[in-house]
Design a protein around this ligand. Structure first.
Ligand code: EN5
Length: 439
């Protein structure tokens, strides 16, 4: 069934993985081709120079018209130019991993795939990987078996620097996910979400009820919450690495302050990070939370007639304003120290009667504290996102997110995100143990 994937080092769909490890060992240099895989005639490989405004416009355009859509083709991701620069130029990036395909006759960019380097910890092992993203084929080039060529070519370029594992995500089911996460959405602008078909149609009374149930405080609640700045970088690094390592089974390792500065220092319209600067110890951070900005183009506004007379407006419903995009904030990483030094009272210890039970009770207390803190942090993030004009706040059921989604009125979406490794077979990981966010 999988003409391509059955030839690749990934687990079969039917397989139940019981031990972790590479599917093949590192390749000897002489086994790695030194020149690109051939393309069908009339097409050629190119690099997309992320620093070239012209080439970036071409790349942006390709994604704008041809990248990922929801299952009903109502929305398409609309990554901004500044976002793409942020995503593709982290410290240690490799320009050879920004791979394009052009039509020889016209020079038109018709396909793209990218990788960036990342250290991923899978349970107790840390593995240097390529993080593959933005695989995109022009709609006119679909079903020509081009995606396998792009994947093989980026794989070759990753092999050339001595990296033999990769991580990627897709909405689709391929062989074989290490984890499946579901999208959750929290409306900030219910009227616009309804008008664009992002959320369910409601009548006036129902909408009024919904709007009032979704009302948020005007002001954030956590004392000392402020935008992250340069001087916070090394504390955020420690807070984040420790949070990820203590809570999850699959996580990135942030090795340098430069990486943290890149991924977290606020960039207008791209990434927002807030830290909690403790009032009792000014300058000592206790928590942080971040979200990135990713709009979706509205492809088929719900209830708006596209051609004259095609749809009759229901009686009493005024013509709807059309919206070109839905502006979404996506939860990125967070970290908190609230669980530091949780211990049991003498009373609790006595009631436990056993080391194992004591450990379980400590975990339980930590979870309760973390859950309450993350709820407060994320509620403040919702307030900030609404204030900044976002229409919806999205997250997955990964990390500790299930601890606050219900209370903060997130609801499940119709989309899933599956996590995959290339040349690494891993036992499956429950969504709440995934600590790695892909853009
Ligand atoms: C590259 N790394 O399906 C791969 N989005 O739920 C990326 N649904 O927005 C792959 N269909 O549920 C990404 N509204 C895969 C995801 C592709 C995009 C996608 C889904 C995620 C989505 C929306 C719109 C559905 C439109 C019809 C959705 C319901 C919102 C409602 C708000 C209030 C609370 C309940 C849910």
């Amino acid at each position: 069934v999988h003409e391509f994937w059955s030839t690749q080092p990934v687990p079969k769909s039917s397989e139940v993985v019981v031990a972790d490890g590479p599917l093949h060992p590192p390749l000897a240099p002489e086994l790695i081709p030194k020149v690109p895989h051939p393309l069908p005639s009339g097409m050629e490989w190119c690099l997309v120079d992320i620093d070239s405004p012209n080439e970036m416009n071409e790349f942006h355009d390709l994604l704008l018209n041809n990248y990922v859509e929801d299952a009903d083709s109502m929305f398409r991701f609309n990554y901004s130019l500044e976002f793409l620069r942020w995503a593709l130029l982290p410290p240690g990036f490799n320009k050879d991993w920004h791979v394009g395909v052009r039509e020889s006759a016209t020079g038109k960019l018709i396909a793209f795939i990218s990788g960036i380097p990342v250290d991923i910890m899978v349970r107790d092992k840390t593995i240097r990987m390529a993080e593959i993203n933005f695989l995109c084929l022009h709609k006119d080039m679909r079903s020509q078996r081009m995606a396998p060529l792009l994947i093989k070519e980026v794989t070759r370029r990753v092999h050339l620097v001595g990296i033999f594992q990769a991580v990627y995500t897709a909405g689709r089911l391929l062989p074989k996910p290490v984890s499946t996460c579901r999208y959750f959405h929290r409306s900030l602008n219910p009227k616009k979400l309804m008008d664009t078909g992002f959320s369910q149609k409601l009548d006036g009374t129902q909408l009024a009820k919904l709007v009032s149930s979704l009302r948020l405080p005007i002001l954030t609640s956590i004392p000392g919450l402020r935008a992250m700045r340069k001087g916070d970088v090394s504390q955020v690094r420690k807070l984040l690495n420790r949070h990820l390592k203590t809570r999850y089974d699959v996580l990135p390792v942030f090795r340098t302050d430069a990486e943290i500065a890149h991924w977290f220092l606020p960039r207008e319209g791209v990434i927002t990070t807030y830290v909690v600067d403790d009032a009792e110890a000014p300058g000592k951070l206790s928590d942080f939370i971040s979200f990135y900005s990713l709009a979706s183009s509205v492809l088929k506004p719900a209830g708006v007639a596209r051609s004259k007379g095609a749809v009759r407006k229901p009686h009493g419903v005024r013509p709807q304003t059309t919206h070109a995009t839905v502006n979404a904030a996506y939860l990125f990483y967070y970290g908190t120290k609230t669980d530091y030094g949780v211990s049991l009272t003498e009373e609790e210890k006595l009631a436990c009667g056993g080391h194992k039970k004591e450990k379980a009770l400590v975990k339980e207390k930590e979870n309760a504290l973390i859950g309450a803190r993350l709820t407060d942090l994320t509620r403040d993030a919702l307030i900030l996102a609404k204030e900044a004009g976002f229409d919806v706040f999205n997250c997955l059921d990964m990390m500790d997110n299930a601890m606050f989604t219900r209370e903060l009125k997130f609801g499940p979406g119709d989309g899933y995100l599956r996590f995959y490794f290339y040349n690494y077979s891993s036992r499956s990981v429950p969504a709440e143990k995934i600590g790695f966010v892909m853009l």
